[in-house]
Each structure stands twice: as C-alpha cells, then as structure tokens.
Design a protein around this ligand. Sequence first.
Ligand code: SF4
Length: 437
Amino acid sequence: MRLLFLYPQHVGKEDVPPIELMQASAVVSPDVQKRLIDLNINGRSIEDLLEEIRDFSPNLILCLGRSIKTYSQVKNLSDIIKRAFDVPLICCGDIRVAYRTLLNKGEIDGIVNGDVEAVLPKVLRSIKEHGLVNDTPGLITLRNGMIVGERSRLNLVNLDTAPFPDYDLIDSKHYFGDLDKDEKCNVYRDDERSKESYFKGRRSIEIVSSRGCNHSCSFCINRCTKNRRHSIEYVINHLKLLTKDYNVGMVDFGDSCFTEDKKWVEEFVNGLMEEDIKILFRIYGARTDQVDKSLLKKLKAAGCTSIYFGIESFSQDHLDYMRKGTTVQQNIDALVWAREIGLHSPVQLILGLPGENEKILERTLSTLREKGIELSREKVRYVLPIPGTPIYDLFTSFGIIKDEEDYLLTVSDINTTNNWNMGANRKVELFVPNQEF
Ligand code: SF4
C-alpha cells in the first residue's frame, strides 16, 4: 500500500508545517509506504507533479487544504490528478467547511470529518478490503448526487493517545526555523535570552497543545468547535522529544486558543519549570479576557517571548457584533501588561466588517496612540467570510457573496493583509452604510 500526502501551496504561510499531514502520517502502519509532495517548496510544473505521482503510484492521496484560500488549488489539482490517474483522493483541513462545493465541483472522493488520525486508518482499511473509500465512516462524500456523512458524529481521537506528529515527513530545512538566520526567528532573536549559548544553532517549529475553541466569534472557522487539550505530560514529552531529537529551542504554539483553560496554562508553566525544559515559545492564539498580569509574568518567566491576542477591534460595537465576548478595556489591559512585562504582542485587527467607517477606524488609531501601542501593518487583515459562519451568512444576505464557488475562487491564494480585492480595493462595497448594531 502506498499513501501520498499532498500539500498545496499555502499562500502567505508557506513556512507553516502541514501539521495535519504529520499527524496523519504518525498513525499509518509501518507497512504503508509514504511520500509527501509539498507544493510550498521547490516550484514544480504540472508535468513534474504528474510524473512524481506516476513514479510513486499511490493507492490513496490525502490532500491538505489548510484554509478556504486553497480552494482553487485543491479543486484544480483534483481535476488534473483524477484525469490522469484512477486513484482515490481525499481532503483534510479547514477546507472541509466548503465540502458541498468542493464535492460537487471538484474531483474529490471524500472529506475528512473530524480528526485525521481517526479517519485515515479507516480509509486505508476500506481501500485494502474493497478498493473504495466511499462508505468509510468519517468521510463526507457525494453519493448519487447527494452529500452523505456530513451530519454523522465527528470522528475524534483521544488526543493523549495520538502519537506525536511525524517530523520526518517534512523537509526540515524549510519548516524548522534557524535561530541564527531565518526571518521567522526574528522575534526570538529580539529576546535577550536567545543569546545564551544553549540556544546557539537551535531551531524553531510550530506545534499545537489543543484543538478547537469554545467561543463563538462570528467570523472564525474554529467557533464552537469545543476546545480539547493534550495533558501537560503529553506536551512536556513532546517538547522533550523536539529539544532532544530535533535540536529545537523555540516553539510556536499554533493553537486556536492557547489560553482557553487558565489552570492548564498555569500547570504547563509549572511543568516546564519542574522538568527544567529550556525553550522559548510564542503563543499565536490568545484571548484578552483569559489573562491577567500575573499569568503573563509566569508565561514570560517560563520562556514565552510573544503572545498574539485576537484584539480584532477597539470598538465595543464591533467586538459585540463579532460576538467576541471581550471588551475594549480588556484589549487595552492585555496589550499594556504585555508591553510592561516585555512580551512581544502585536495588535491584530480585523477590518472590513459591516458598519465600519472612518470614524470607527480613527477611534481605534487614537486609542492606540493614547496608550502608546504600536500597530504593525502586517497584523491588520481584512475579514475573510468563511462558509458556515454568521459573517458569511451576513455577506450573502447583503448580496456581496452571491455564489459560493465564485467567492471561493475569488479568495483563493490571496493574502488578506494587503492584496485581497474584495477587501482592500473594494472595501466600500463591504461597508454597509448606516448599518445599526
Ligand atoms: S477567534 Fe479565537 S476565540 Fe474566537 S472562536 Fe476563533 S479561535 Fe475562538
């Protein structure tokens, strides 16, 4: 049995490792041959891609669509591959929210509904026994023109029995950051602790300590997905493996909401100290209503260099409109505390929401000026309506999004910080004048 992992280009985030594919690879039995074709590295022509697939002759292709912005690639790749080969092709990742369109318009045999570690072994078994993937539990499929499996229970694994991601699947030179020279390690280099000899030559990598989120922000793909966490012991052991076997010294926690469970965060910090784990780390997903100054101090003391709060706005109307559940004051407090403690904490804002106008933006800027908080352009992005979220429904109800596939093709491969046509160049259309909250 041969299993091919396919990682389409993730525009703007080409250096983020394909964690779902690494998790999937870790549960595959040793008698399955595996190969990764990573389109984020070394540009390939379509002919080269087809030649590689022909050479490997897989029994199954698992494609990772990390976001709806990969829709066009996933669809086109499925068309091209299925025209050339009779091979089952399934998808995992956040692209699953567009399952209806993807299954109807693309050449996809199934979309993973749940944890890939729970579903992939079933798919492999199904191929071995029947040569087909269609009836596999855990896949959303199209059967006789009908979508099947989207309402069945999510297939989830016990996170603590899941093996660590397969780090040998990926190109280490590309995905492990080099403290001495890589741009993605700038924030670590800015931290005085990185000058210690221990960190010389150390590398960085992104991992997760949890999946899902309990909150219901109206724009977010992770809304209401229920936060599930690894145990402290699991994460500590994961870090031990990375520091010992992969020379890692810096870890980026890519959790959607790392701070969801304050007790867990405190125990994690204690665990790092007790086990004498020496790492610097960044937290990519945090909420301002879940931290206080004392927690931030503990995180800093344990090696945290940066924490990225989902600030989104300094307008309470907008925060409420987004169902963010935070207040402007909590946003200001968290940023000011982080600055006082010496944690890098860039202001992340979302623009382009209905009702937004220059007055609201000016209020945001004056709040930042008043508090002496710097705004960095690359952390400001335009809202990207995601199918299945209230914001998406709102945009369709306003007639801004008329057809899901047209929309998905429009937003494919865009960078929402600067070159999204629906946002940056046509923002007037996104603003709904006189919209009342
Ligand atoms: S924006 Fe953050 S807090 Fe809100 S639903 Fe998404 S992950 Fe959760």
